[in-house]
Design a protein around this ligand. Structure first.
Ligand code: 13P
Length: 296
């Protein structure tokens, strides 16, 4: 049976602090299944990048629970001899979800209290911090809901109040997500871009707490780089890997390779390979863009 004390996973405090001090960002890539976990780890190892594997509560259910995820990532790391720092992080956790993930051995959780009043967000974040401390785990908090929908968690796309960000950061969270006009999923063609004036103000007020940029899919490269220069040290990407996977799988099927019985093109290991390669490629592009290559 897996022993929590022997985990290969690390919390994300040190990796994001180093990234903040040296102006690069760690990719947080959401996982959806075993192929994702293998592809993310391969890419991080090949590029010598620290990496954060993100899991929403919905994706955790799909992958048979928090405990299974902790075991899977640990086992794949051992099998592939992964030596770069890897964190497993609950994405947009509810209060109960964050507690359950910590107890199952997650080294890092996000408690998304952005839909509560600031007072309640503070109280609940404090409770999660207390429990996380016992497990030597890191905590991400959120102020100002991220727009769009992430696995059933719907945000209004608020812009965070910098003073509220400071109140939450002062509780001692490792990292803070602040809404700055970013949304999950694809950006609308009329999207006005990230609100750099707000980001500048938050970064100056926080003086040291690394910031998180959610909704990494579709943000133009110059805006990504500017956000990193203004204190963003973790960038979350999910949709882009899903699209890359779906497009590569579609191509395989449209080329009727699954119908090639002589080559057993219907074998899931063959059917899922182009999609898995596409995830690996997408993660590599993010590592290079975010500047985390060779930082492990
Ligand atoms: P995207 O799906 O837009 O890349 O956002 C991912 C994310 O922010 C996960 O928390």
């Amino acid at each position: 049976m897996f022993n929590k004390n022997k985990t290969r996973l690390v919390n994300l405090t040190k990796m994001t602090k180093d990234a903040h001090a040296n102006k690069y960002a760690i990719p947080h890539i959401n996982t959806n299944n075993l192929e994702w976990i293998g592809a993310i780890l391969d890419s991080a190892q090949a590029n010598k990048s620290p990496i954060i594997i993100g899991v929403s509560e919905g994706a955790a259910k799909y992958q048979f629970g928090f405990k299974n995820l902790v075991d899977m990532v640990n086992n794949v790391m051992e099998y592939k001899n992964i030596t770069v720092p890897v964190s497993l992080h609950l994405d947009h956790g509810s209060y109960e979800g964050a507690i359950n993930a910590l107890e199952a051995g997650f080294p890092s959780v996000m408690f998304d209290g952005s839909h509560y009043s600031i007072e309640e967000n503070i109280e609940k974040t404090k409770e999660i911090l207390k429990l996380a401390k016992k497990h030597n785990a890191s905590v991400e908090a959120e102020v100002g809901a991220i727009g769009g929908e992430e696995d059933g968690v719907v945000g209004n796309g608020d812009v965070a109040d910098p003073k509220e960000c400071k109140m939450i950061a002062d509780l001692g969270v490792s990292i803070l997500a602040a809404g700055i006009g970013n949304v999950h999923g694809l950006y609308h063609k009329d999207w006005k871009g990230l609100k750099f004036d707000v980001l500048t103000e938050i970064n100056a007020l926080l003086a040291g707490t690394p910031l998180v940029l959610h909704g990494g899919t579709g943000i133009p490269e110059d805006q990504i780089k500017k956000a990193i220069s203004l204190g963003v040290s973790k960038i979350n990407v999910n949709t882009e890997c899903q699209i890359a996977f779906a497009e590569a799988t579609r191509k395989y099927i449209e080329e009727k390779k699954d119908l090639d019985t002589a080559k057993k093109g219907f074998d899931p290991r063959k059917l899922l390979k182009p999609g898995t390669d596409a995830i690996r490629q997408t993660v590599t592009e993010k590592i290079i863009l975010f500047g985390s290559k060779d930082k492990a």
